[in-house]
Design a protein around this ligand. Structure first.
Ligand code: BG6
Length: 303
């Protein structure tokens, strides 16, 4: 299909009433409606669909860097602002699955000189939407990388939200310069929040071996990730980011008060704490059987 800005989209539909939309630009999933017709994904009313700037909202794919450790490359890398191709679109008895692919090109090698393949699989059934991102090293030397499913969950009110499953884990507080790591309880977001839950000892010891769920306090509201009825189950052990800019840090394509209607909970591979810096994950070269990593997020329509 065609989306805003005349950009190409893939539409998934299920007989139950569930549906999803993905832009080939960035392989950005911009809509997931559960069978009750409720939209679960947030896209900013100020989002720009010019095929150049990453779409503000949905599920931008962060790769190969998180933030901008390499200043010569765009913030969060190039995957979210690259044009992907649709490799397959299949229907079976249970639902529909789309496979989108991005491979290295002259343009990507100019900013990041590695051979890679990204495969993004989106599967829609009556019960769930599953997104799987597979990162493959197709070259002949190892590389380090970071990746996230930068998911903007639509919610009625940021002040009523709790993100569960992260209690006791160490995080870097980017609001405070990103330096200190501390232990925190379940996450509430009464103000600008930018936390990076990195890998490390607590992950290995099992603290991270929990699903991460987003709970909205006002069960009476027609909420998106609400009522314990909707969870983001996250593969483990992995790293994860929780972000909401509030008005003070809202970027230009996210005019306030739009920040109230989403929370970003972003499962990813970011790195392990080593002394006081984050050491990125390394992917062996293509000949090695371990030359891929997978990241997955499962959104359940009912619990
Ligand atoms: C989050 C980061 O993942 O993405 C934040 O932790 C950042 O620091 C946010 O502000 C949005 O980034 P961008 O590049 O989409 O404006």
């Amino acid at each position: 299909g065609k989306g805003q800005g005349d950009l190409d989209t893939v539409e998934l539909r299920h007989g139950s009433g569930a549906s999803a939309q993905i832009y080939l630009f960035g392989a950005t999933l911009t809509s997931y409606k559960t069978p009750d017709g409720v939209e679960r994904i947030f896209v900013s009313p100020g989002a720009i669909f010019d095929g150049k700037k990453a779409i503000r909202g949905g599920v931008p794919l962060v790769f190969p860097q998180f933030g901008q450790p390499d200043k010569a490359m765009a913030q969060h890398g190039f995957a979210r602002s690259s044009h992907w191709s649709l490799a397959s679109l299949e229907d079976n008895a249970e639902g529909s699955t789309a496979l989108l692919v991005l491979k290295d090109s002259e343009a990507t090698r100019a900013v990041w000189n590695h051979a890679f393949m990204l495969e993004f699989v989106v599967s829609l059934t009556a019960a769930s939407l599953k997104m799987t991102l597979r990162v493959k090293n197709t070259g002949d030397a190892p590389f380090t990388f970071q990746t996230l499913l930068h998911t903007y969950f639509r919610i009625p009110d940021i002040e009523q939200v709790t993100v569960r499953g992260l209690g006791g884990r160490t995080y870097l507080d980017k609001v405070k310069g990103g330096k200190e790591a501390q232990l925190g309880p379940d996450v509430e977001l009464p103000a600008f929040t930018d936390r990076v839950y990195i890998g490390g000892k607590d992950v290995v010891s099992g603290n991270a071996a929990k699903d991460v769920t987003i709970v909205h306090k006002n069960g009476a509201a027609p909420c998106a990730i609400c009522n314990e009825g909707f969870i983001a189950g996250v593969a483990k052990p992995i790293e994860i980011v929780v972000w909401n800019p509030y008005a003070e840090k809202s970027p230009g394509d996210l005019p306030p008060p739009a920040f109230k209607e989403f929370v970003c909970v972003e499962p990813g591979l970011i790195g392990q704490m080593k002394d006081d810096f984050v050491e990125m994950h390394e992917l062996p070269a293509g000949a090695d059987a371990r030359s891929f990593r997978t990241l997955e997020i499962l959104l359940l329509s009912t619990l």
